[in-house]
Design a protein around this ligand. Structure first.
Ligand SMILES: C[S@@+](CC[C@H](N)C(=O)[O-])C[C@H]1O[C@@H](n2cnc3c(N)ncnc32)[C@H](O)[C@@H]1O
Length: 296
């Protein structure tokens, strides 16, 4: 695939992920977030991807006074600047494009390229952010550093909402004899990548306990992609094809992985393949400010 082809596939993957995410997010954790947020919060986001959490916030009734999203991939940032205002307008919000994102009313919503762990503590609003978003992100970066950044970025009683944080279990159905070997190797490959952690969700909770952070809510948010009458919803066949490629790339030297992969792709093409990934949604105050712990 050309670089342009990769870029297109990456954009399409992140766009296709949205319907899976929307189904998976834990409603109780989200409702707790909405109850805990101040009016017109200052919002920042680490690993903003295609910028699609912004329209989600608006749909939930959140009206940020400012938003600053950072992603390390400059191509994805360009895509977010293009797509977020369009999705907002399609959902009835008056978003006016600017060079770095868009304006909605008085709020500047901007997307920037960079390493979020370095860029977010350096933004003007660092230390005053009411909400730091980190969706499908904490399994990609060193957790201790990410939590240091969260402490530096949010206000003393500010919130971190980290939905869809991977917790190390992957299931494909129907069962295949090589599943255990292939999927164990897949999780091992994630853990062998510097900074990554296939069990990020449970390890975040251990870090939070050690740091005396205040956990507002935790809930399950498994991704479940399954065919309905042999068809997948929206662009989820493409999404699941990408997941199969991520697994295949990570386990190419495992015995039987090639046959496993071609069987899975054939099942996907026939509309027979189901995929489940265990995630948790986490809502916490890194500064440790107490409130009632709505826990798990
Ligand atoms: C799995 S995607 C999730 C994107 C988006 N949050 C979503 O849920 O659709 C993870 C994103 O994090 C970005 N990323 C990874 N490490 C990063 C870092 N250190 N700083 C900023 N972005 C990073 C990737 O480029 C990618 O767009």
């Amino acid at each position: 695939m050309t670089d342009g082809g990769h870029e297109h596939a990456r954009r399409r993957y992140l766009a296709a992920k949205r319907s899976v995410d929307e189904r998976a997010r834990n409603r109780r954790v989200r409702d707790r977030l909405l109850a805990a947020l101040p009016a017109e919060p200052r919002v920042a986001e680490a690993g903003c991807g295609a910028g699609l959490t912004v329209p989600a916030l608006y749909e939930w009734g959140v009206r940020p006074s400012s938003y600053h999203g950072v992603d390390v991939d400059a191509g994805i940032v360009a895509f977010a600047r293009h797509v977020a205002p369009r999705v907002l307008r399609r959902r009835g919000f008056d978003a006016v494009e600017t060079g770095r994102g868009c304006r909605v009313g008085d709020a500047d919503l901007e997307f920037a390229a960079g390493d979020a762990l370095q860029a977010l503590p350096a933004v003007d609003s660092a230390g005053e952010v009411d909400l730091l978003l980190a969706q499908s992100f904490l399994d990609l970066v060193p957790l201790g550093s990410a939590l240091d950044v969260a402490e530096a970025v949010v206000s003393p009683d500010g919130l971190v909402y980290a939905p869809l944080t991977f917790d190390g279990d992957t299931v494909f159905q129907p069962a295949h004899p090589a599943d255990d070997r292939v999927l164990a190797a897949f999780h091992d490959a994630i853990d062998a990548t510097p900074g990554r952690d296939s069990r990020a969700a449970r390890h975040v909770r251990e870090h939070l306990r050690e740091r005396d952070a205040h956990v507002e809510a935790v809930g399950s948010s498994d991704w479940i992609v399954r065919p309905v009458d042999g068809a997948y919803r929206e662009d989820e066949r493409f999404f699941l094809g990408c997941i199969l490629s991520f697994v295949a790339d990570a386990v190419s030297d495992v015995d039987g992985a090639e046959e496993w992969s071609s069987t899975r792709h054939a099942q996907l093409a026939r509309g027979e393949l189901t995929y489940v990934a265990r995630n948790h949604d986490l809502l916490f105050r890194p500064g440790g400010t107490a409130g009632a712990d709505h826990g798990e």
